[in-house]
Design a protein around this ligand. Structure first.
Ligand code: NAD
Length: 349
C-alpha cells in the first residue's frame, strides 16, 4: 500500500467483506484535517481489486481537494462497493455497508455516487447516522445536481470572462457532453443566457427533451470533440481530455461538471500550450458537495449554500487569474491551493 502510485499519505484505507451479503467494499479516508472525511459511495463492477483500490485512493484524495476548495468543514474520503449496480444490489448489502461506515465512528460520511441512489442510502441510514444525500429528514438536502449545475454555469461565465475578455455568453457556442442531471440544468442556464448549444448524449430521450427546451443542435457522441464551438462543457464521463481528443478541440475554454476530466494531470499543461483555458473540475463542480455539507451541518440553509457558492466562484476566478498571470496550468494552481488549505488545517503537535 505505501508504495502504491495513487497512495498519498491517506489516513486510513479500510477493506470490508461480508460473506452473508456478498459485500466487498473499500473506504478510503484521505484526510480528516478539515473535518470528517466526506465523499460518495460508488458501486462499480471493477475488473480487478487493484482497479478498485486505485479508484478509492484517487477519488478520496479528489474529495479532500474539492472540499478544501469549497471551503467547507469536511475532509476527503470515498467508498467503493464491488458489484454491478443493476444486478447485485440488496437490502442486506447496503445494511452491511452501513455497518462498515458505522465502524469508522464518524471519521467518514457517505452519500450517493455513480451506481448508488437515494433509496440505497435510506437503507444505509438504518445502520449509521453518518450518511448524507437523503430525501427526507430534518436537514435533508435532496438532489445536489441543481446546485452543481448552477455552479458549473457560473463557472462557465467566469471562464469566458477570462478566455474571451467578456462574460457575455449571448452568441457564444457551447458544446455540452452529457445532458443528464447536471448537464440538463446547465443547458437551461446557458440557453437563458443566450448561448447557442451543441449537445450530445447516449440517451436519446434526454437529448430530445433538452433540444426541445433550448433549441440545441444534436450531434453524435463521437463528434462533440470537433464541434465548432467556443467552450466545451463535459458533463458526462471522466478522462475526456486525453491524447486522442486534445488535437480535435476547436474551443478556447473547457468548463464542465464531470469529475476527473483530465486523463492524467499533464493534460493541463498541454491544454495551456494549446491556448485552451481549463476550469479545474473539482473547483467548478463543488456546488453539489456544498449542498451536501449544509445537510451534514444539521440545519440546511439555502443562504449558507449560496454564500459558499459565491465564494467558490471567487476561488475559481483566483485560480484562473493566477494561472494566466504566471503561465502555470490551471489544474496545478488549484492542486497547490488545495494542498495548502489541507496542510494549514492539520493540527500542529
Ligand atoms: P447523470 O448520469 O445524470 O448524467 C450523465 C449523462 O451522461 C447521462 O445522460 C448519460 O446518458 C450521459 N452519457 C454517458 N455516457 C456518455 C457518452 N459516452 N457520451 C455522451 N453522454 C454520455 O450524471 P450527473 O449526476 O449529471 O453527473 C454528470 C457528471 O458530473 C459525472 O461525471 C459526475 O461525477 C459529475 N458530478 C455530478 C454532481 C452532481 O451533483 N450530480 C456533482 C459533482 C460532479
Amino acid at each position: 500500500m505505501f508504495d502504491h502510485p495513487s497512495y498519498d499519505a491517506h489516513e486510513g484505507v479500510h477493506l470490508f467483506e461480508d460473506a452473508a451479503s456478498g459485500l466487498k467494499a473499500i473506504i478510503a479516508v484521505h484526510s480528516t484535517a478539515r473535518g470528517p472525511a466526506a465523499g460518495g459511495c460508488r458501486m462499480w463492477n471493477y475488473e480487478t481489486g487493484e482497479a478498485m483500490l486505485k479508484d478509492a485512493l484517487r477519488l478520496s484524495q479528489g474529495m479532500s481537494y474539492k472540499n478544501a476548495m469549497a471551503d467547507i468543514p469536511l475532509g476527503g474520503g470515498k467508498a467503493v462497493i464491488w458489484g454491478d449496480s443493476r444486478k447485485d444490489k440488496s437490502g442486506e448489502l447496503f445494511r452491511a455497508f452501513g455497518r462498515a461506515v458505522e465502524s469508522l465512528q464518524g471519521r467518514y460520511i457517505t452519500a450517493e455516487d455513480v451506481g448508488i441512489d437515494v433509496s440505497d442510502m435510506e437503507i444505509v441510514r438504518q445502520e449509521t447516522a453518518h450518511v448524507a444525500g437523503l430525501s427526507h429528514g430534518e436537514a435533508a438536502s435532496g438532489d445536489p445536481s441543481p446546485v452543481t449545475a448552477l455552479g458549473v454555469f457560473r463557472g462557465i461565465v467566469e471562464t469566458a470572462r477570462r478566455a474571451f475578455g467578456s462574460a457575455d455568453l449571448s452568441g457564444r457556442t457551447v458544446a455540452v457532453q452529457g445532458v443528464g442531471s447536471v448537464g440538463g440544468y446547465v443547458c437551461g442556464h446557458l440557453a437563458a443566457a443566450g448561448a447557442r448549444l451543441v449537445i450530445t448524449d447516449i440517451d436519446q430521450a434526454a437529448l430530445q427533451d433538452v433540444a426541445g427546451r433550448t433549441g440545441a443542435k444534436i450531434v453524435d457522441p463521437n463528434d462533440i470533440y470537433d464541434a465548432e464551438a467556443d467552450i466545451f462543457s463535459p458533463n458526462a464521463l471522466g478522462a475526456v481530455v486525453n491524447e486522442k481528443t486534445l488535437p480535435r478541440f476547436r474551443v478556447k475554454a473547457i468548463a464542465g461538471g464531470a469529475n476527473n476530466q483530465l486523463v492524467v494531470p499533464e493534460m493541463g499543461e498541454l491544454l495551456r500550450r494549446q491556448g485552451i483555458l481549463y476550469a479545474p473540475d473539482y473547483v467548478i463542480n463543488g456546488g453539489g458537495i456544498i449542498n451536501v455539507a449544509a445537510e451534514i451541518s444539521g440545519t440546511y440553509s439555502r443562504d449558507w449554500v449560496d454564500a459558499k457558492l459565491d465564494r467558490l466562484m471567487e476561488t475559481l476566478g483566483e485560480v484562473l487569474d493566477e494561472a494566466l498571470s504566471t503561465g502555470a496550468p490551471t489544474n496545478e494552481v488549484a492542486d497547490r491551493i488545495a494542498r495548502q488549505r489541507i496542510a494549514d488545517a492539520r493540527p500542529t503537535t
